[in-house]
Write a protein that binds this ligand. Structure first.
Ligand SMILES: C[S@@+](CC[C@H](N)C(=O)[O-])C[C@H]1O[C@@H](n2cnc3c(N)ncnc32)[C@H](O)[C@@H]1O
Length: 345
């Protein structure tokens, strides 16, 4: 199922947003959701703290709205392809306004299917741009991926950060091995390609109790939206073509802070040798007060290890806009080879 049809059907079936939220909180994938929220929260706090204008691409239900408030962002524009999710996002902002009337966040939400199709007239530039758990939908074709980076880069101020989270093609392929399908207790991946390639290699992906599943409240895994293999080397090359570069010497240590007990969020080394990416490093352990033993404890451990496998498919990325570097490398590329060879001699 394409991403738009899938996410349009992700409305909360007439229940209030609070009811849907409660059910998800109780869900089996809670540790994964908490860890993924921690990752997003720390990225937002690190890169968008107190910024004036932030753009969130593929914002979904605005699940990061409280994080924006916490980071004291002044204004956020959220863009998504699915109108029903944007209604939820607006409702969430209204609830925040009631609960915390003194915060100064303003947010607008825009429905658009143009992200991978044509230039979006932003009408302004943003200090930071994020894209959480969604860039992999844009790798449907080379054109769509290129357009995605064009739109992200055009929206960003010079020196601004483009950051987010996405899923790694190489890890998906490793999990599948020689098979066309991978299934564990929380995750279902079905390859739709004959031969995997840089663009347009679709697979259905469903993670229990998340919006990727056929019902985001279901414990069983079924269906799922079509995502596309996203190779980090290809991602980096396209990003650079649009003036977005990995940040040199970025401190990727996201150690403990007052809200998080985790020692480290990410693997130390660049993911797939790409400097702008770091793999998630979740450590889901059994609850220390759990009285369960024997079969129940074993089932818990099996589930936690399945959750870890799902989470370790993901990485965070951070790029920074540097148009002058892009112009320099474009003019280098434009040099006749002989002349460049002379210059390099
Ligand atoms: C897994 S959800 C992530 C939502 C949100 N960023 C978060 O982290 O909670 C993926 C989102 O990508 C959106 N999406 C998929 N393809 C899109 C496109 N071409 N343009 C805009 N949004 C898209 C879906 O509608 C959905 O809301």
């Amino acid at each position: 199922m394409d991403a738009k049809s899938h996410y349009v059907h992700q409305a909360h079936h007439g229940r209030t947003y609070q009811e849907a939220h409660k059910s998800r909180q109780e869900a089996v994938t809670k540790p994964l959701r908490e860890y993924h929220n921690d990752v997003k929260n720390r990225l937002i706090h690190r890169f968008s703290r107190e910024v004036e204008d932030h753009l969130d691409l593929a914002c979904g239900r605005g699940g990061d709205a409280w994080k924006w408030v916490g980071a004291r962002i002044h204004h956020v524009l959220g863009v998504d392809i699915a109108p029903s999710l944007l209604d939820d996002a607006r409702e969430r902002i209204d609830i925040i306004r009631q609960k915390k009337p003194d915060h100064d966040l303003t947010a607008e939400f825009m429905e658009s299917d143009a992200l991978g199709k044509h230039d979006i007239e932003w009408g302004q530039t943003f200090d930071t741009v994020s894209c959480m758990f969604a860039a992999h939908y844009l790798f449907e074709s080379k054109e769509s991926a290129n357009q995605f980076f064009e739109n992200a880069a055009a929206a960003l101020k010079e020196g601004g950060y483009f950051y987010g989270t996405t899923i790694c093609a190489k890890r998906v392929l490793a999990l599948l091995g020689k098979e066309k399908e991978y299934r564990n207790s929380v995750l279902l991946i079905k390859a739709l390609w004959d031969q995997p390639s840089k663009f347009g290699s679709g697979y259905t992906f469903a993670l229990a109790n998340t919006v990727t599943n056929h019902s985001d409240e279901a414990d069983d895994v079924e269906g799922g939206a079509t995502e596309y293999l996203t190779f980090f080397s290809v991602f980096t090359k396209l990003a650079e073509r649009h003036g977005l570069y990995p940040v040199r010497d970025l401190n990727w240590s996201f150690g403990r802070n007052k809200r998080s007990r985790r020692d480290t969020l990410f693997e130390r080394e660049p993911a797939d040798h790409q400097e702008a990416f770091r793999y998630f490093q979740p450590q889901f352990c059994a609850h220390p007060n759990s009285q369960e033993q024997g079969d129940a404890a074993e089932a818990d451990n099996g589930l936690l290890s399945d959750l870890e496998k799902a989470s370790r498919l993901y990485a965070a990325f951070v790029f920074q806009k540097d148009t002058s570097r892009m112009k320099r490398s474009a003019s280098d590329d434009g040099q006749p080879v002989a002349q460049r060879a002379k210059l390099n001699a």
